[in-house]
Every structure is written in C-alpha cells, then in structure tokens.
Design a protein around this ligand. Sequence first.
Ligand SMILES: Cc1cc2nc3c(=O)[nH]c(=O)nc-3n(C[C@H](O)[C@H](O)[C@H](O)COP(=O)(O)OP(=O)(O)OC[C@H]3O[C@@H](n4cnc5c(N)ncnc54)[C@H](O)[C@@H]3O)c2cc1C
Length: 368
Amino acid sequence: MGRETDVLVVGGGPAGLAAAIAVRKKGLEVIVVDGAKPPIDKACGEGLMPDTVSALGELGIRIHADEGQRYRGLRFLDGTISAETSLLDAPGIGVRRTVLHQRMVERAEECGISLLWNTLVTGLTPNGAVVGGTELTAKWVIGADGIRSRVRRWRGLDPSSQGAVRFGHRRHYRVKPWTDYMEIYWGRGMQAYVTPIGNEETCVVLIADNPQTRFEEARREFPRLASSLEGGELNSAERGAVTEMRSLERVYRGNVALIGDASGSVDAITGEGLLLGFQQAMALAEALEAEDLEMYQKAHRRLAKRLKAMGRLLLWLGRSAAVRRRALKALANDPELFTRLLAVHAGESSPRQFATTSMRLGWQFLTA
Ligand SMILES: Cc1cc2nc3c(=O)[nH]c(=O)nc-3n(C[C@H](O)[C@H](O)[C@H](O)COP(=O)(O)OP(=O)(O)OC[C@H]3O[C@@H](n4cnc5c(N)ncnc54)[C@H](O)[C@@H]3O)c2cc1C
C-alpha cells in the first residue's frame, strides 16, 4: 500500500511551501511534491514589498540582513520624468529567488513537513494523486503547480477569464546598486524592473508585450538604465517566464484546492504575486481546519480583488504613453499623493482615504 497523508501539496514553489507551512501549523500532516529540486530558481523581480516581508514573518521565515538588500522606496521613470515615494512603515528587501526558496524549504523542514523533490505528480485519483508512479492517498490535495497548472486542468477548474499574456526575462548584473529604490522604467510596450539585491548585485527584469523583445531593445528604450549597467557582468543565466492576469470562477472542487499562480494570477507589473500566494496559504489553512473550502473560495476572491484592479490600472498606463506621462508628472509634483496611492495598492487605505486620494489624483492630473 502507498503512503497516506492529511494534505498533499503538488508543487513546492513559494505558494506550495507557504501553504504547507500554514497547514502544518494547524496540526495536519503534510507532504509536498515537486518535479524540481531546491533551491528552485524562476524569473522574478526579486523585490519583496514590506507587506510580503511581514507575511513571510507570520510563516516564521526571515531573510537576514546579509542575504539581501534593503530598499526604501519605489521610483517610476519615463524618459526624463521621475516620480518616487518612500515605502510606508518598513523597507522592502531585494533578495535572490533561490535564497528565498532555500529559506522556505528550511522552514518547511523545521515544521516537520515531508518534502519529495525530483518527483512528478502525473494525475489525480479519487483518493489522492499519482506521485512518482504510485498512488498517494490524501484527504486534501492542494494544486500549487504554477501558471500552467495541470492539477487545475485535471480537476476541470480551468480559467473563466484570461488577460493578455506578457513575457518576462530576468538578468543579474554584477554591479553596485546605484540606488536604494526599486526602479520601474516605463517604455513602449515594455517595462524594466530594477531591484538592488546585494552590495555588488542588481536584478533587472524586462517585461514586454511582444515575445520577441529582448534586453538589446530595452537598452535602446532605456538609455539611462543602459548607462547605469555599463560594464556590469552577467552574474547568472538569463531566465524567461510568462505572466498574465487570469481569474478562475472556482478555486476548488471536491477535496482539491488551488493556490498561487495555479489559482489565477496577477501580471508581474503589480510586484505582489508572492504576497497573494502567502495570503492565500493562510486563508486555505483556516478553511482546511474548518473543513470548509467555500470559506477559502470567498477569501480568495477578496484577496485578489484589489491587486487585480491595480494590475489592470498599471497595464492600462503601460499602453497609454500620454496618460502615463501625465500621471507620472502628477505624482512627481505631489510625492505625498504617490505615498497614498502605494497605501491603496498595499490595502492599507480606508474607503474614505481612497476617495480623497482619487480626488487629489484627479486634480493633479488635470493641472500637471
Ligand atoms: C517575470 C516575472 C517577474 C515577477 N516578479 C515578481 C516580484 O518582483 N514580486 C512578486 O511578488 N512576484 C513576482 N512575480 C510573480 C511570482 O513569481 C509568482 O506569483 C510566484 O512564482 C508564484 O508561485 P507559485 O508557487 O504559485 O508557482 P511557481 O513558482 O511557478 O511554482 C510551481 C512549482 O510547481 C512545480 N510543479 C509543476 N508541475 C508539477 C507536477 N506535475 N509535479 C510536481 N511539481 C510540479 C514546479 O516545479 C514549481 O516548482 C513575477 C513573475 C514573473 C513571471
């Protein structure tokens, strides 16, 4: 007879590990299975916003000062326009994706979770899943197998709405960070995200509408960025990944629930995909403890709503150069307004503050 467990997590990326840790803390026995082996790398902007850092803290995961680089704000750049804001209460942390994954794996081990690496899940069964060719029996199965989730397809939970697919490429440059801000460069059909991740290391992610766009075009589009990176050697293999806005009508069926990118995603432009996965993990653990996945469905919808709205707004700004420049000028003229908008993005704003921020933005926009 094969193995048995309370919860089987398919996919040991950030969302799968977060779910495993949150569920284990509720006293359930958990097995995580992943086809790859840690530390697992993936194209990512590698910037953890303060709310992401605190969600990690709730799961008992800390990134030490020497493992990443603190950044104190966000800067948007478009041609000669530059608008910046400091982060609200605490700094963000730029950290290599592999370091984050390793810390999450260590925490999962510490919690007593069984981790099966280099092992594929090839199908679901009425009582669990086929793991490395053998049936593993589980009361609950969590599909955390990423944007192209097969668990989602196997369980008939495929997307009800999907936005345009965009294409991300990540590079690490051996170059001393020139700023303690996370920078976002806006150009025609593309954005470049720059995150300081160490004393001598900077992460650059290019996100483009066209799958053919590469760093060479980005250098021409963003001459200021190109000159800052001048002479910096590449410090890792370049990685690509797709990103998209995808919403599911349902995120569970029977005893199978989806989480992270498998359960619908926000475009990388929001910089908050990881946070969403961590928040979903805590909500899913509550629902499994209560044996009520409808509770998770409701929480999932609520958690995604704000980020999806911000994602749509940012994508629209990406496509409309004239509107975007006007908006950036408005933010450059009124840095406090940028700070308030960031609070809205981070969900730290009341409906009243949201309304006054919108009115102030409208006024600045008209007069910029
Ligand atoms: C270019 C880019 C930049 C981004 N930048 C940021 C950022 O700066 N900040 C941020 O918060 N978010 C960012 N994101 C989003 C973030 O990376 C994702 O939201 C996050 O990786 C989702 O984690 P996940 O665990 O759901 O999926 P994944 O990280 O994709 O993990 C899925 C795991 O499942 C495993 N798997 C798949 N199928 C199977 C199977 N059949 N059997 C066993 N294992 C399987 C895979 O090996 C993988 O390890 C970015 C995304 C992109 C594309």
